[in-house]
Design a protein around this ligand. Structure first.
Ligand code: HEM
Length: 187
């Protein structure tokens, strides 16, 4: 029996006290840290002058970490479907809806970001190295497609920043104003 089921079976545990499975807690924080780093590195590196070796190294690091985040997000989705999540604690209907919509959109952004980054990178001459290993090159040099995918990549980045801000603001409201211990479900 996994943690979530164990807690569901224990009737004295309220919804607010139920915890996520340890594997989901670990994946949540590893992915959260990696995404914050990816957003920072991405916004910083695009402003660096062309031809700088440091910029090329940073872009390669960005690509490798981004592909790793993509794999971790896939693992997270599978684990989430297998072990489930604890029931949401009691809250107003609009708050529950806002939390769910933000969470679903975060999953969409976590898939869209690496996908559009990879697609944009596939339509240039460099291709993508994954921690040094050159991935099979199936794309071609196409400025139009590259700009299309990188344009979506940039829009997704700003949407993701807004979603993360909302998500963190919600968590802080529960912790500091409602004081319902919600954060301890995922720590
Ligand atoms: C969680 C995943 C990712 C996040 C959060 C992320 C974030 C970002 C951000 C914030 C930018 C700057 C956008 C701008 O201001 O133009 C950027 C640019 C870029 N990203 Fe990502 N990225 C991710 C994954 C990837 C992946 C997997 C690749 C490639 C395999 C990639 C390739 C690039 C490239 C090449 C640029 C520069 C685009 C340009 O030159 O216009 N990214 N990324």
């Amino acid at each position: 029996m996994n943690t979530v089921q164990t807690h569901r079976a224990a009737s004295h545990v309220t919804d607010a006290q139920q915890r996520f499975a340890p594997s989901l807690i670990l994946l949540h924080w590893v992915i959260a840290l990696a995404i914050l780093a990816m957003l920072g590195i991405g916004l910083y590196m695009v402003g660096l002058p062309r031809g700088l070796p440091f910029k090329a190294a940073l872009i390669n690091f960005h690509k490798s970490l981004g592909m790793t985040v993509f794999l971790l997000v896939l693992v997270r989705i599978v684990v989430r479907l297998v072990v489930g999540r604890p029931a949401m604690p009691p809250m107003r209907a609009w708050q529950r809806a806002a939390a769910r919509i933000t969470q679903v959109l975060l999953y969409v952004a976590m898939i869209a970001m690496p996908l559009t980054g990879y697609l944009g990178s596939s339509f240039n001459t460099y291709g993508t190295r994954f921690w040094g290993v050159l991935l099979p090159k199936w794309g071609w040099d196409d400025k139009g497609l590259r700009e299309l995918f990188f344009g979506i990549h940039e829009i997704c980045a700003w949407i993701m920043i807004a979603l993360v801000a909302l998500h963190v603001a919600g968590a802080l409201k529960h912790q500091l104003i409602d004081r319902d211990g919600l954060l301890s479900r995922i720590t």
